[in-house]
Design a protein around this ligand. Structure first.
Ligand SMILES: Nc1ncnc2c1ncn2[C@@H]1O[C@H](COP(=O)(O)OP(=O)(O)OP(=O)(O)O)[C@@H](O)[C@H]1O
Ligand SMILES: NC(=O)c1ccc[n+]([C@@H]2O[C@H](COP(=O)(O)O)[C@@H](O)[C@H]2O)c1
Length: 272
């Protein structure tokens, strides 16, 4: 990780409304490959935040998981990072791709990933400018689909202290997802309810990376389901033609892979 630098070129430097609480959204995921829904999640959250909260968004990050996650269908981190960058390059003025997780040789649990952002934003950069040169600490939050929050009630996938850390300290914006009963998913997370914001998908879109990989494997087009430069990149690099299965196992991986019908891996999420 010698060459790693935290990207901050699209972070808001000064708040528009200093009476609000500055907020940063972080989406952790495989992005194998990135889809329009991954990007829509940020936009839906942006609308929700603007109309329903007292937060002011100062930026958003995609954080592709490390190759050590070994999930079925996980393309090499280098490709996943490149695809994420191509997806946001010209299409967004506030989203960035952070490669800290992807460049790590080891799997980084989500709690540690959020700590990394907290450090970069609130310790290194001392938050964001509010008014009269004064700086405000930025609230860091996890942006995720309902299926991810559902795994938080499944035994062995998340360490209890990680849940406390993620939902108690940081909080989460959850986008509804077809096939997941949000009330059921939140039932055992009531302690953290005031830190969990549920966003309705007013136009249902259930595109997933799994479906994209399946189409590609069958030689079907994925045009208009994922960004055009990503379609081009996949073609040029002959990605997802064969399902690439993770091989090695690691004791620090969460069991969600198994729970979601992915490569079974032994579990126990670590915590800080
Ligand atoms: N259609 C969707 N609706 C709501 N959330 C989604 C959707 N697609 C992805 N997400 C969310 O995006 C985040 C990143 O997900 P990830 O890359 O693991 O996506 P995925 O499309 O579910 O992948 P895969 O199909 O490979 O399991 C997760 O929090 C996931 O819940
Ligand atoms: N214990 C944990 O920290 C934990 C458990 C499950 C998933 N996750 C994260 O959620 C994201 C999405 O994972 P899945 O693609 O397996 O749903 C990944 O970034 C992964 O690292 C973290």
């Amino acid at each position: 990780m010698d060459s790693y630098t935290f990207p901050d070129y699209r972070l808001k430097r000064k708040m528009n409304d200093p009476s609000k609480t500055p907020l940063l959204l972080v989406a952790c995921g495989s992005f194998s490959p990135i889809t329009f829904l991954h990007l829509r999640m940020f936009v839906m959250a942006g609308d929700y935040i603007k109309h329903n909260t007292n937060f002011e968004l100062i930026g958003g990050y995609l954080s592709p998981v490390s190759d050590a996650y070994k999930k079925q269908g996980l393309a090499a981190a280098e490709h996943r990072v490149n695809m994420c960058k191509l997806a946001i390059d010209k299409a967004s003025n506030w989203l960035m791709v952070d490669t800290w997780e992807a460049e790590s040789a080891e799997y980084q649990p989500t709690a540690l990933v959020l700590d990394h952002f907290d450090h970069e934003i609130n310790v290194v950069r001392k938050g964001v400018e509010a008014e009269n040169g004064e700086r405000k600490q930025v609230h860091i939050a996890l942006l995720a689909g309902a299926d991810l929050i559902q795994t938080m009630s499944q035994p062995g996938v998340w360490a209890e202290k990680d849940l406390e850390h993620i939902l108690g300290q940081y909080g989460s914006f959850i986008v509804e997802r077809q096939g997941t009963d949000i009330d059921e998913a939140l039932a055992s997370l009531q302690t953290y309810r005031e830190n969990i914001y549920v966003i309705q998908q007013l136009i249902q879109n259930d595109v997933s990376s799994t479906k994209i990989r399946l189409f590609l494997k069958r030689g079907m087009s994925v045009q208009y389901l994922i960004p055009a430069p990503v379609v081009e990149y996949i073609e040029q690099n002959h990605l997802f033609v064969e399902e690439n299965r993770g091989s090695a196992s690691s004791s620090s991986l969460p069991a969600s892979n198994e729970a979601k019908g992915k490569d079974p891996e032994p579990a126990t999420a670590s915590a800080n």
